[in-house]
Design a protein around this ligand. Structure first.
Ligand SMILES: *[C@@H]1O[C@H](CO)[C@@H](O)[C@H](O)[C@H]1NC(C)=O
Ligand SMILES: *[C@@H]1O[C@H](CO)[C@@H](O)[C@H](O)[C@H]1NC(C)=O
Length: 288
């Protein structure tokens, strides 16, 4: 099959499997608490979810659905005050040793010092694609929207609508695998990682500040493709404009603005770590 007809088949398959629940988000309906001895709570009739960490445990939740492509929004308000040593992870992941994963990890800090947003992308079990940025606002003062766009051509991570990272599907050009075969679940957790998280582990968690709490609301994946292993797909018809979404020239400028002003680490420029050659996907970015 040539690549055009395989794309047509893929889109047809997608419209077949894409089912959408055209209703507002509800944490009771869409998620389940996976761990934390009562430290994870769903509040306000399902509109709000909080994760906490204390000396006994962290906590976490996951989506009931698995998705194969989607544009997924979540609003997060991170642990305020002295959050050093804590990590709030929000990610999509499939299962098994060859899993795909799209990671956002918020590394806490001392009061007044900036959080780091650490991102990574695993394909077929292989990661090592770390990038880190500071945010241009205090992520603990208010809720902000973190969006994962994942379509067959690319992954774009957005913060309040500003793109902070893109990973393109270049499988046919450079043979770097792209997550397009395994359905993923949404996961989040808050845990203690003070052996590495803040200033490389120099700053330890101050347990006198516990419990530490992060909050979630306005989850929105109404147009995402819910993966179904068996049953007939639902026939709801929602718009799937994101299936072909790409960065336009003004979004590319905003991505460059983030990289110029807020980037802390980029594996694609780490020639010490990759002395022979940078990973192949690094030569295919719209911002270079
Ligand atoms: C592409 O990658 C796969 C999996 O890593 C490998 O088995 C295959 O040999 C590669 N093909 C080429 C043309 O490099
Ligand atoms: C915490 O603040 C320090 C000092 O500003 C900074 O160097 C560091 O990158 C920040 N973030 C983390 C996670 O350590």
């Amino acid at each position: 099959m040539d690549s055009f007809s395989s794309r047509v088949v893929l889109v047809l398959l997608l419209s077949f499997f894409c089912s959408s629940i055209c209703a507002s988000a509800n944490f009771y309906r869409d998620f389940e608490i996976t761990w934390g001895n009562g430290l994870a709570k769903v509040l306000n009739n399902g509109e709000l979810l909080t994760l906490s960490l204390d000396t006994n445990s962290g906590s976490g939740f996951q989506s009931k659905n698995e998705y194969l492509f989607g544009k997924i929004h979540m609003q997060l308000k991170l642990v305020p005050g002295n959050s050093a040593g804590t990590v709030t992870a929000y990610y999509l992941s499939s299962k098994g040793p060859t899993r795909d994963e799209i990671d956002l990890e918020f590394l806490g800090n001392l009061s007044g010092d900036p959080y780091i947003l650490h991102t990574n992308i695993y394909t077929q079990g292989k990661g090592n694609r770390e990038q880190q940025i500071y945010l241009w606002f205090d992520p603990t003062a208010d809720f902000h929207t973190y969006t994962i766009l994942w379509n067959p051509q690319r992954i774009i991570l957005y913060v309040d609508g500003t793109p902070i990272r893109e990973f393109s599907n270049m499988e046919s050009i450079n043979n770097v695998s792209f997550p397009n075969k395994q359905a993923m679940r949404i996961h989040s957790s808050l845990w203690n990682a003070d052996e590495w998280a803040t200033r490389g582990g120099l700053i330890k968690t101050d347990w006198t500040q516990a419990p530490f709490t992060a909050s979630y609301m306005n989850f929105n994946a109404v147009n995402a493709c819910v993966w179904s292993y068996s049953s007939a797909p639902s026939s709801f018809h929602c718009e799937k404009a994101w299936l072909g979404e790409d960065l336009d020239s003004s979004s590319i400028e905003r991505l460059k603005w983030v990289q110029r002003n807020y980037m802390v680490y980029n594996y694609c420029t780490d020639t010490k770590r990759f002395p022979k050659a940078l990973p192949p996907e690094c030569s295919f970015t719209k911002t270079s």
